[in-house]
Design a protein around this ligand. Structure first.
Ligand code: HPA
Length: 271
């Protein structure tokens, strides 16, 4: 794995000369954030050595290198999901490469189902903690001590200082920002009503099919993580017609400006 990370990192360095501190992962429906970046280089996943090979037709996504509010950032437009059949190592490989490129701050976003009675569709939530419900962990297997410890601490998985910055900014700008626990699970089926109720009961506030593997790997390498969910559907009041992926994407687009404002503040603060 170390050789793969090194080869991919060298390739990206040669192509882009990137030397920023921040990477952003854009979740489903949140890809428009990329339009706000003054892009200097774009690398399609297909052309990046050792990046997972797409299992589905069409383009899988790209890394965008450029300036946002004067800071050098990488944006990951389109992520690798476990439900697509990628291994946990593949899902989290980009995070390994970001760290090797010198990135210390990882901002992650996702579209998620709300499982808190105070949340409404279109709201945004700062992730202050998570529950790994994938039934597996990206760190299973031989530990690479060069990357991080065998038993990494996860007690501050979502960096409290970054949360403070976001909290103050949201309150100053009158952006309603919920806080809570994200439950990550494999999907790709949406949850049954009983499953949503169960996830609410065990302490979840949002539920989705990503983020947790990437955040575990980022913590393994001592990166500082900030995460946000856009609530695209209400798990505790499922509509008559059921949950639909297209609705998830439409709502994510509507809520995206709130996320962009908060990510923008963090990038300009830390980057
Ligand atoms: N469940 C899981 N993943 C999701 C959901 C959901 O309700 N909404 C958006 N992503």
């Amino acid at each position: 794995m170390l050789q793969k990370i090194e080869a991919t990192t060298k390739f990206i360095q040669n192509k882009t000369g990137f030397s920023g501190k921040t990477a952003v992962i854009l979740g489903s429906g949140l890809g428009n954030f990329a339009d706000l970046i003054e892009a200097e280089y774009k690398l399609a996943y297909e052309e990046i050595p050792n990046f997972p090979v797409s299992t589905v037709e069409g383009h899988t996504g790209q890394l965008i290198f450029g300036k946002y509010k004067g800071k050098d950032i990488i944006a990951m437009q389109g992520r690798f999901h476990y439900y697509e059949g990628y291994s946990m190592e593949e899902v989290t490989f980009p995070i390994r490469v970001f760290k090797a490129l010198g990135v210390d701050y990882l901002l992650v976003s996702n579209a998620a189902g709300g499982i808190n009675y105070n949340f409404e569709v279109g709201d945004v939530m700062m992730i202050t903690d998570h529950i790994n419900f994938f039934g597996t962990n990206p760190l299973i297997g031989k530990n690479e001590n060069k990357l991080g410890p065998r038993f990494p601490d996860m007690s501050r998985a979502y960096n409290p200082e970054l949360c403070d910055v976001a909290r103050s900014f949201a309150s100053e700008k009158n952006i309603q920002l919920h806080e809570g626990t994200y439950v990550g699970l494999t999907g790709p089926s949406f949850e049954t009503p009983a499953e949503y109720r169960f996830l609410h009961t065990i302490g979840g506030d949002t539920v989705g099919m990503s983020t947790v593997p990437e955040v575990i790997v980022a913590n393994h390498m001592s990166m500082k993580v900030f995460g946000m969910s856009v609530i695209t559907n209400n798990g505790l009041a499922i509509p008559e017609e059921g949950n639909k992926h297209n609705d998830v994407l439409d709502i994510a687009k509507i809520a995206a400006p709130k996320l962009e404002a908060i990510f923008g503040k963090l990038i300009s603060t830390v980057g």
